[in-house]
Design a protein around this ligand. Structure first.
Ligand code: NDP
Length: 286
């Protein structure tokens, strides 16, 4: 039989998860700080719980989908004893260290704990493009696997509870910088009347053609041999032109300026001839 599941938090994501679990034949109990949000779920067949402890009591697996680390600790700490024989899976977005801290707290209280990161939007949950990352106790991942697999591809990242969050944050870091680039490109093209929707098509096509280069950059970064490739000095000139062109159109180039500063540093320290991906070494905070 399917495992019984508690879903704590019925925001956009928790609601999508609860719906998916119902659709896949799971007995679900739902809890939300603002109790009114449980009503549509109760109508759809979930059991509405008045407290976290009540939701957990009837469940094998407890999925936590709250706002942030603070809200998770606020609501789990008072019920540590009630969570003892459950598998607690925290899907709330937290930093790696916050995940490690909650894992340490869980271990102290004898809880079976797994930290998760959702690489999906609510509408993607349960579809083939949904992917969730997990880290922490392997036994917790195995115990909850049937439930986790209904939400999307379930990837186990390792015993260090911070690993799922770290990969999530790294992927989102690259996503936001990519999207900021598009936002600036749209602002540049809008100065000559091109709508953002047209620029989006152009950017998609261009990025699709150029993305395979990531593998070459990665090989250089892994080898730490920056002797070949596109030099920092060449890239400095290119980025300098982009900044000038953007400003000429009356569009700030704020997102690119930090990259130019890092390339300037390479040049100033005699490494202008190095492959420009050497900037990755300057990001280390010493
Ligand atoms: P929403 O803003 O839609 O919902 C937030 C939820 O957190 C609500 O249930 C809210 O309860 C609850 N909440 C906020 N503060 C507290 C608190 N102090 N105590 C108890 N409950 C609290 O967010 P989402 O559902 O979209 O996101 C939930 C988590 O999922 C976040 O960590 C988010 O980063 C993550 N996530 C979301 C994605 C998305 O696309 N939406 C994608 C990937 C991850 P109330 O109704 O009472 O306000």
């Amino acid at each position: 039989p399917n495992q019984t599941v508690a879903v704590l938090g019925l925001g956009a994501m928790g609601s999508a998860i609860a719906a998916r679990l119902r659709d896949t034949g799971h007995d679900t109990a739902v809890w939300n700080r603002t109790a009114a949000k449980t009503a549509p779920h109760a109508e759809a067949g979930s059991r509405a719980a008045a407290t976290v402890a009540e939701a957990a009591a009837s469940s094998d697996v407890v999925l936590v989908v709250l706002l942030d680390h603070g809200s998770v600790r606020e609501h789990l700490e008072p019920v540590a004893a009630e969570l003892k024989d459950k598998v607690v899976v925290n899907l709330t977005t937290t930093t790696p260290n916050e995940a490690r801290s909650t894992a340490a707290w869980a271990a102290e209280h004898g809880l079976t704990y797994l930290d998760g990161a959702i690489m999906a939007t609510p509408d993607m949950i349960g579809t083939p493009v949904s992917r969730l990352l997990y880290s922490g106790e392997r036994a917790a991942f195995d115990a909850a696997h049937e439930v986790l697999a209904t939400l999307g591809a379930a990837d186990y990242e390792g015993e260090d509870a911070g690993l799922a969050s770290l990969k999530d944050m790294a992927l989102l870091t690259s996503m936001y910088q990519l999207f900021s680039g598009f936002i600036q490109a749209a602002a540049m093209m809008r100065t000559v009347g091109v709508p953002a929707v047209a620029t989006a098509g152009e950017v998609s096509g261009w990025l699709g053609a150029i993305l395979p280069h990531l593998d070459q950059f990665a090989a250089v970064i892994d080898s730490r041999d920056y002797s070949g490739g596109q030099s920092a000095d060449f890239t400095r000139a290119a980025i300098g032109s982009l900044i000038t062109a953007s400003r000429e159109q009356g569009v700030g180039a704020d997102f690119l300026e930090p990259l130019l500063s890092r390339l300037d540093e390479l040049s100033a320290t005699g490494r202008g001839g190095a492959d420009w991906t050497a900037v990755n070494e300057q990001l280390a905070i010493r």
